[in-house]
Ligand binder design. Structure first.
Ligand code: CDP
Length: 227
């Protein structure tokens, strides 16, 4: 059997975990899975289905009327598909962010997503990022990382990210959204954001992307069997 390993990367919104995980995946020649994109796509699904607003969602719908997939290309881009439609850009909207906790707080939905993620990670080496990857999805991951940064730094990064998509946003609004989302992510009953006991903590507030990349690639090489 092939020697494979799993890297779990958790951390709060804007800590840089997705971009770093993608770069590390490319460097190591392994698959990257963006778990947040799945919660975002499910939120988009319920928003569209309800005509723009919903209070609760019926998780039993997911099995039949819903298909989701993700592709990680060689140039390091992730595409997310909802019922075969490319929703990679649509899932990044502020409306999705504002509604996402209705989805990510739902235990049935979390269980649905967790089994999807475990299936996608079967039989190959992967790096997966999210909130509960090292604690719930892969408690036995070979390497666990917890990527963090101060709320101010994270808000600045988000503003730049929006700017690169041609959108101007207010940094204070973004910071408030981040604080609200941190609180929602940390306080949910099941799958809350928290550092696993055996995760390596990396504060990226004062590090460049390259510095973070070198650091985590080294941690992965030191700890993953079969690399
Ligand atoms: O990119 P960013 O850090 O803003 O967020 P994301 O990773 O795309 O995740 C968006 C939201 O999905 C989070 O705020 C969580 O509410 C939820 N999520 C989760 O509950 N569990 C995960 N494993 C990943 C994301």
């Amino acid at each position: 059997m092939k020697n494979t390993f799993k890297v779990a990367v958790d951390g709060p919104a804007g800590s840089g975990k997705s971009s770093i995980s993608k770069l590390a995946a490319r460097r190591l020649g392994i698959k990257y899975i963006d778990s947040g994109a799945i919660y975002r796509a499910i939120t988009l699904y319920f928003l569209e289905k309800s005509g723009g607003s919903f209070d609760s969602c019926d998780a039993s719908l997911l099995g039949d009327s819903f298909s989701i997939s993700q592709k990680f290309t060689e140039d390091g881009t992730t595409y997310t598909y909802l019922n075969e439609r490319d929703v990679s850009n649509d899932i990044r909207s502020e409306t999705v962010v504002k509604n996402i906790s209705k989805i990510s707080d739902n235990r049935q939905i979390r269980e649905f997503v967790n089994s999807l993620l475990r299936r996608w990670a079967e039989e190959e080496s992967v790096i997966m990022d999210g909130r509960d990857i090292g604690t719930v999805v892969f408690p036995d991951a070979d390497v666990k990382l917890y990527i963090d940064a101060s709320a101010d730094v994270r808000a600045d990064r988000r503003v730049k990210e929006y700017a690169s998509m041609g959108k101007t946003v207010d940094v204070n609004d973004i910071k408030n959204q981040i604080i609200i989302r941190d609180d929602q992510d940390r306080s949910r009953g099941f799958g809350a954001l928290k550092q696993a006991d055996d995760a390596v903590y990396v504060d990226t507030s004062f590090l460049t992307k390259d510095e973070v990349l070198e650091k985590i690639v080294q941690i992965i090489k030191d700890n993953a069997k079969g690399i």
